[in-house]
Design a binder for this molecule. Structure first.
Ligand code: AHR
Length: 322
């Protein structure tokens, strides 16, 4: 939809900020969201709604319940509705070329949120708003290496959803970081699908297989929800999470700060839930002025430990929909 033709000239001539929000006011964006597997995901959905509201954008969210086929259906439906743009949080990295080709043929720009896709045709999407998830894994690995020094350390790893870019990358980043330290070894690694329940279940099997947990020095989880599930499993096994077994994970959801306060978790790497804000800004500039965004809009990744005033951070995150 070309909005300029519906706007009076005087309105177009307003200050850039006002003109931008006036322009955005007519946009409709379809968002194919993965589901609600984690606290982080819930916050991302909630922040996306409020970022759309701030800009008067109509946001239609389709929950894919973790299934790529549902995401493909949702994209086709958004194309049929003639939305102005599509946001896609791709559950897995591969298998998008055909449906994104349909969006491209319909001249509907697609913006990737928080996860990447594998494609030889980068023109299928306008930009990707994501963190550097290899770096996140590396930050977790380097933090652990510093903690343990020269001591031998057996690590168990809870991976994210199989085939998701963030799971592949967080594994790679961590593996690369600890490769420089012969004393640190990943002895078990399995998917916990980014959920608290699966994280607990898989952690229980790790504990059983590793002498009730006595052979484990650290747990690395690709998200905080799985870490929180694992913390419960470690306690039920009669060990102290955060002390007997170090816990490092990713996301920085409020519950991990609670775990910091209880001395049960040791480090997390923050992933901002605000992927939609930068995506809306890039989209509006593109539609309004033809400004082509960079192919990758990178969000910040920050390490937090219990020395970072967990109560204050917990309070600051409470209202974000986690
Ligand atoms: O893609 C981002 C990841 O997906 C988050 O780290 C995890 O919590 C979510 O499920």
């Amino acid at each position: 939809m070309t909005l300029k033709k519906f706007l009076p000239t005087a309105l177009i001539a307003l200050t850039p900020l006002m003109a931008t929000s006036a322009f955005a006011a007519g946009l409709t964006v379809g968002f194919s969201q993965i589901g609600s597997e984690s606290g982080w995901r819930a916050a991302e959905t909630s922040v996306s709604k409020s970022e759309a509201q701030k800009r008067n954008v109509t946001l239609k969210i389709a929950d894919a319940q973790q299934k790529q086929e549902n995401q493909i259906k949702a994209i086709r439906s958004f194309v049929a509705q003639g939305v102005d743009a599509i946001f896609l949080a791709p559950v897995v990295a591969t298998g998008w070329d055909a449906v994104l080709g349909e969006a491209k043929d319909a001249k509907i720009p697609v913006i990737l949120l928080d996860r990447d896709i594998e494609t030889a045709n980068k023109s299928l999407y306008l930009t990707a708003v994501t963190s550097d998830s290899v770096h996140e894994g590396a930050v977790a690995g380097e933090w652990l290496a510093k903690q343990v020094g020269d001591k031998p350390c057996n690590v168990v790893e809870l991976q994210g959803t199989v085939g998701a870019s963030v799971a592949t990358n967080r594994k790679k980043g961590f593996d690369d970081a600890i490769a420089k330290h012969a004393n640190i070894k990943v002895v078990r690694s399995q998917t916990g699908d980014f959920t608290r329940a699966k994280g607990k279940e898989v952690a229980e099997s790790f504990l059983k297989a590793e002498n009730g947990g006595k052979n484990i020095c650290a747990l690395y989880a690709h998200n905080d929800d799985m870490a929180v599930g694992a913390i419960q499993a470690i306690k039920e096994a009669g060990l102290k999470p955060g002390k007997d077994i170090l816990v490092v994970s990713i996301d920085a959801v409020p519950d991990i700060f609670k775990a910091f306060m209880a001395g049960e978790a040791n480090a997390t790497v923050e992933l901002t839930p605000n992927m939609a804000g930068p995506a809306f800004d890039a989209l509006i500039a593109y539609k309004d002025k033809g400004t082509v965004p960079p192919k990758w809009i990178q969000t910040e990744s920050k390490l937090y430990t219990p020395t970072d005033d967990p109560q204050k951070i917990y309070d600051s995150k409470k209202g974000l929909g986690y």
